[in-house]
Every structure is written in structure tokens, then in C-alpha cells.
Design a protein around this ligand. Structure first.
Ligand code: ATP
Ligand code: FE
Length: 374
């Protein structure tokens, strides 16, 4: 089967065509960086207006790149939630119009389920259930347990800032150079890894002049960076009593590194706590979201899982998966993919009158879909 997916829950306008046998025939993502820069973040009305012109263009482009027409498709999928209502509406209405006109099944998809199942689309040897997914982005820091395609448990969530947001704020505090890409996280990583020279893997952590304590470690799987951010700010201020003063490069690197080590150490420790305390053994850990590209995070997770294998005397190692970044951040291929899985699981079509869900827990998935949809 071939499915057209449409994603418009936040600022990216996305359309993609994916086949039931895991082929991504096209994946178009139209970003709104310029608009966001002008408004200092996502502006709901502006984003919605941009979608009204971008979503049709993205759909046309996705069909063109896949070299298919509407008739060649087996279903139309859209993001039903969670997200901004005005934005979701543009994608949903487009999907419904296409499904109605071409008389195709319609599938409304949960955005976070799509993030969680991306590794099943991208990996030749996909993770086996149950597996954990760690979503670390500008807006999320969340650990999920996927028990099967339709059953999820939220194991840990952020208590304050998201990890990507914390990276961005500290990078701004340190006046790191602007980044051509989305977010300053990669710039901070670059500074941290050049302390004092060469990659961090060769450098002992000890001589750091700014040891920062990790966020308070409670016996609870939850993520908190606010305390660490305050501490980093205090250290920085102490070092260059007036923040307007030009900060020496060496100090920027030291603080970047101290922050990165502490923030990522906290995340890794919490994932470990989850693995050690869950009521079931897991087979995989999937990392997604923009921060998933951070090499120090990747390395520390690997070290942690190697240790879990030995310490917990596991028979099989827990697989570690990093789907390619363009498919970890918002995209429509993941939406089409979940639709393919739901259709393969017996769904005929979602009804056209299902409401959009601005807030939608993954623990309450498709409970409002009537039985005759299957
Ligand atoms: P969300 O999808 O939760 O609404 P978003 O769209 O801002 O948030 P992404 O596009 O997934 O999130 O990720 C962008 C965030 O990831 C930014 O905060 C960016 O600074 C951060 N980030 C990207 N690469 C790295 C890296 N190598 N190290 C640390 N942070 C990074
Ligand atoms: Fe997303």
C-alpha cells in the first residue's frame, strides 16, 4: 500500500508518500524559520496562515517526487493531534478533501505515536517491543514505553525546560555565535567538544574549572534542567562579573562543556533508572528529536547500555537506535507510516467527523474511533 501523509501540528508544513513495505517515496518539509525569527518563536496565527499556502505546495511536491497521482494512493493520513488547533486544521481539512474527492480511506494519526514508531520505518532491523523512546527536542524531554503499536506508557517527562531549550538558553547566555541551523544546541556542543582542544573523548573531565552539580537526583524518572541552568548562569556571572563584557573563548568552552556533561549526565542517569525499575525487560532504546544528534549524548547512552548489559546480567543487549535526524524532527513520512501500520492492523478508515485533539495523551489512543471503523 502507498499512503500520503500530511503533518501540520506546529510550524513545519510536511507531506510525504510512504509504502507499507517501509519505503519512503518522498518526504517534503517546509520550514518557517524566517517567520519564527520575526516573531521570536512560533506565532499560532502566522503559522496557520503559512500552512494555508505551504501545505498544498508540500502535497504537490510530495506526489511529484514520488511520481504518483492521487489515484495511485491507498489512503490519506493527517496529524489529528496533539498540536495547535489552527495549524492541525489546515492539514486535516486538506487530507479530508483529498480522501473524499478520490474516495480513499482517511487516517488521523497521533503525532507522538508517529515519533515513537519512526525507528520501525527507518531501521532494517527494527526494535522489538517493548522498547523505550527518548524524545529530546526544543519542546520535549520525555521517556516513553512502547509496549506494542497501540499501547504506550509515559515513563518520565520534563518538570521545567526541555533539554534543547536549555541548550539554546545557555548558548545565548554565553553569547555563542549564531547558528545557521535551527537552534543553538549544535553550537554549544561544538564549544563543549573543543575543550580545551580536540574531542572530549580524549579529555578527562576532572580539570574542569566549573564543576556543576547535576539536577537533584530523586528516585523518580523525571527531567529537570532549571536548577542546572541557574547554577550555570551564576558561575558565568561570577567569571565575568558584567555579562556585557566580552567573554573569553576559553571560558565559553569550559562552561559549555560543564553544562553539557551535567545536563546529559542527568538524562542518561534517568533513562538508566527507568530501565532498572521498569516492570518488564525492554529490547531497545530509540532516541529522537533534534538533541538526538548530540554525539556526547549518543556516546553516554552507549556506555550506559553496555554497563546495564553487564551489571543487570542481561542475556541480550538492549539495542540503541538513532533514526536519521530529518525523520526524528517533524515530518510527514512518520505520519503516513503509522497510518500504514493501522491499516495493516485492520483499520478500514477513520470517520470524517473525528475531532482534532489539541491535547492528546498517548495513553488514551484512538479510544474515540468507533468500532465500525475496523
Ligand atoms: P518540538 O519538536 O519539541 O516542538 P523543536 O521543533 O524545537 O521542538 P527539534 O527541531 O526536534 O525541536 O530540535 C531542535 C532543538 O534541538 C533545538 O533546541 C536545538 O538547539 C537542539 N539541538 C539540535 N542539535 C543539537 C545538538 N547537537 N546538541 C544539543 N542540542 C541540539
Ligand atoms: Fe514533533
Amino acid at each position: 500500500i502507498r499512503i500520503l501523509g500530511i503533518e501540520s501540528s506546529a510550524d513545519d508544513a510536511c507531506a510525504a508518500v510512504v509504502s507499507g513495505d517501509r519505503r519512503i517515496l518522498s518526504s517534503v518539509v517546509m520550514k518557517q524559520h524566517e517567520i519564527n525569527k520575526e516573531y521570536g518563536g512560533i506565532h499560532p496565527i502566522q503559522a496557520q496562515e503559512a500552512h494555508q499556502s505551504d501545505i498544498p505546495l508540500a502535497i504537490r511536491q510530495a506526489l511529484k517526487e514520488a511520481d504518483l497521482t492521487l489515484d495511485d494512493l491507498d489512503a490519506i493520513a493527517y496529524t489529528r493531534g496533539p498540536g495547535m488547533m489552527g495549524c492541525l486544521g489546515v492539514g486535516a481539512t486538506s487530507a479530508k478533501a483529498l480522501a473524499a474527492a478520490a474516495d480513499k480511506p482517511l487516517v488521523g494519526v497521533h503525532h507522538m505515536q508517529a515519533h515513537a514508531l519512526t525507528a520501525m520505518l527507518t531501521e532494517d532491523v527494527p526494535p522489538r517491543f517493548p522498547f523505550l523512546t527518548l524524545l529530546v527536542s526544543g519542546g520535549h524531554t520525555q521517556l516513553l514505553l512502547a509496549e506494542n503499536i497501540e499501547t504506550y506508557r509515559i515513563i518520565g517527562d520534563k518538570l521545567d525546560n526541555a533539554l534543547g531549550d536549555a541548550f539554546d538558553k545557555i548558548a545565548r547566555l554565553l553569547q555563542l555565535p549564531p547558528s545557521p541551523t535551527h537552534g543553538l544546541g549544535p553550537v554549544l556542543e561544538d564549544y563543549a567538544s573543543r575543550f580545551p582542544l580536540g574531542p572530549y573523548v580524549d579529555q578527562p573531565i576532572e580539570p574542569m574549572r566549573f564543576p556543576l552539580t547535576k539536577p537533584k537526583e530523586m528516585k523518580m524518572v523525571a527531567f529537570s534542567f532549571a536548577g542546572l541552568m541557574t547554577q550555570t548562569e551564576r558561575r558565568a556571572k561570577k567569571e565575568f562579573s558584567n555579562l556585557k563584557m566580552k567573554i573569553p573563548e576559553k571560558v565559553k568552552r569550559e562552561i559549555s562543556r560543564a553544562f553539557q556533561v551535567a545536563a546529559i549526565g542527568h538524562v542518561v542517569q534517568k533513562v538508566r533508572l527507568a530501565i532498572d525499575t521498569l516492570d518488564m525487560p525492554i529490547h531497545g532504546l530509540v532516541v529522537s528529536g533534534g538533541v538526538g544528534s548530540n554525539l556526547y549524548l549518543r556516546e553516554q547512552l552507549r556506555v550506559m547500555l553496555d554497563d546495564v548489559l553487564v551489571t543487570n546480567k542481561l542475556d541480550d543487549p538492549i539495542g540503541l537506535y538513532f533514526p536519521p535526524i530529518p525523520l526524528c524532527t517533524d515530518n510527514a513520512a512518520m505520519i503516513a507510516w503509522v497510518a500504514a501500520l493501522r491499516l495493516q492492523n485492520g483499520l478500514k478508515s477513520d470517520p470524517f467527523n473525528l475531532p482534532l485533539r489539541r491535547k492528546w495523551s498517548l495513553e488514551d489512543l484512538y479510544n474515540d474511533v468507533p468500532a465500525d471503523a475496523y
